[in-house]
Design a protein around this ligand. Structure first.
Ligand code: NAP
Length: 352
């Protein structure tokens, strides 16, 4: 059992990210010193929100230039840390070169961070932002598990370099992490496995997260004729941050944690926006028929190919979130709150 000392600094890789922003906020609010590993500490646009958070909170922030693919890049940032949060990893459904753009940063990055953890004697615990994508590829996979829903015992066996490379990157990265963890005894490993994350971005101009792209599409007219009833899990970004925090500081925390609030689909998510934004924005109001999607899918999103449509549209998604509720006491926000708060940020920033 590990109890990291809150007076020691904590490393957060990918601190500029959508998910990481709320984790950094939580740590700063708790009075903790955050070592923020970022690709470019001089990029004001990407870190402005973190500086504002640090000014308002009892904790403090220090930046370190780090790249997932540069060996030894996290050495300075990790010095003196007992707890390491590794969140950095590209999240994109459409890339030019999946090996270069997704797999290498995810897997080699994980390897890089964990090797540095083993070379840094102060490190006691590493919490990795994995994903439900390391557990499944398509909603149909939920129905093929032993319990009919995703659990922490399940692994993604259906993604590949050619089909859904993002889930493949997360699966390979998490597997690599457990393999490295088992070969040493200095630090323990916990993975947070969120489903699709939405909720307000702290800096909508800093992230290229797929979460943000999809949210934008709800409001920019792309989906005004309808939305695929695509089975997914949803979790609020603020609850994901809380889950990371508790995973770091709960001594008994162990293994993987499915971090998913709702078994839902894109139609239900967009409908949650209608009461507040239905009169002002071209939101989708109905489901697009599956046959039509087979024709227009790739125009909405290049990743919506026929196999993806067949395996996800009108297919329910189901995961068991009892482990994180019981062991870490995490509770989840309702869909309405997550969706409205997220969309409001886009409206306020004139993005939709
Ligand atoms: P995001 O906003 O795009 O954050 C990704 C972070 O990774 C950014 O800080 C980015 O840095 C960093 N990064 C990417 N490539 C890097 C490299 N080569 N070297 C150093 N840093 C690099 O996306 P997000 O949604 O917050 O994702 C954060 C984590 O959550 C990822 O591990 C993702 O797989 C996981 N996750 C996300 C969701 C979701 O629905 N959003 C669900 C499950 C899991 P720059 O700012 O410099 O680009």
């Amino acid at each position: 059992m590990v109890q990291p000392d809150k007076s020691k600094p904590v490393l957060v890789t990918g601190a500029t990210g959508y998910v990481a922003g709320w984790l950094v906020k939580k740590l700063l609010d708790e009075g903790i010193t955050v070592h923020a590993a970022v690709r470019n500490p001089d990029d004001e646009k990407k870190i402005a929100h973190l500086n504002i958070l640090a000014e308002q909170a009892p904790g403090s922030i220090k930046y370190f230039q780090s790249d997932l693919l540069a060996e030894g890049s996290f050495t300075e940032a990790m010095k003196g840390c007992e707890l390491v949060y590794h969140t950095a990893s590209p999240f994109a459904n459409v890339v030019k070169d999946p090996q270069r753009d997704l797999i290498d940063p995810a897997v080699k990055g994980t390897q890089n961070v964990l090797q540095t953890a083993s070379q840094t004697p102060s490190v006691k615990r590493v919490v990795i932002t994995s994903s439900c994508a390391a557990i499944y590829t398509d909603a149909i996979d939920c129905h093929q598990t032993p319990t009919g829903q995703l659990t922490e015992d399940d692994w993604n066996t259906t993604a590949s370099l050619d089909y859904q490379p993002y889930p493949y990157s997360k699966t390979l990265a998490e597997k690599k992490a457990w393999e490295i963890q088992k070969n040493q005894s200095q630090w323990d490993l916990i993975t947070i496995n969120p489903s699709f994350v939405l909720g307000p971005p702290l800096n909508p101009h800093a992230t290229t997260s797929e979460s943000f792209h999809i949210l934008k599409q709800f409001g920019d007219g792309t989906l005004k004729f309808g939305v695929p009833k695509y089975g997914i899990g949803l979790v609020d970004v603020r609850d994901v941050a809380e889950a990371h925090y508790r995973a770091g500081y709960t001594p008994e925390a162990n293994g993987r944690y499915i971090t998913s609030a709702h078994n839902t689909d894109f139609l239900e998510l967009s409908q949650a926006l209608l009461p507040k934004f239905g009169n002002t924005h071209p939101l989708p109001k109905k489901a697009l028929p599956k046959w039509l999607l087979m024709i227009v899918g790739p125009m909405i999103n290049k990743a919506l190919n026929r196999k993806t449509i067949r395996n996800n549209v009108n297919v329910s998604w189901k995961a068991d979130n009892s482990k994180i509720k019981n062991e870490l006491g995490v509770s989840f926000k309702p869909i309405q709150e997550t969706m409205e708060d997220a969309f409001q940020v886009l409206v306020d920033n004139k993005i939709v």
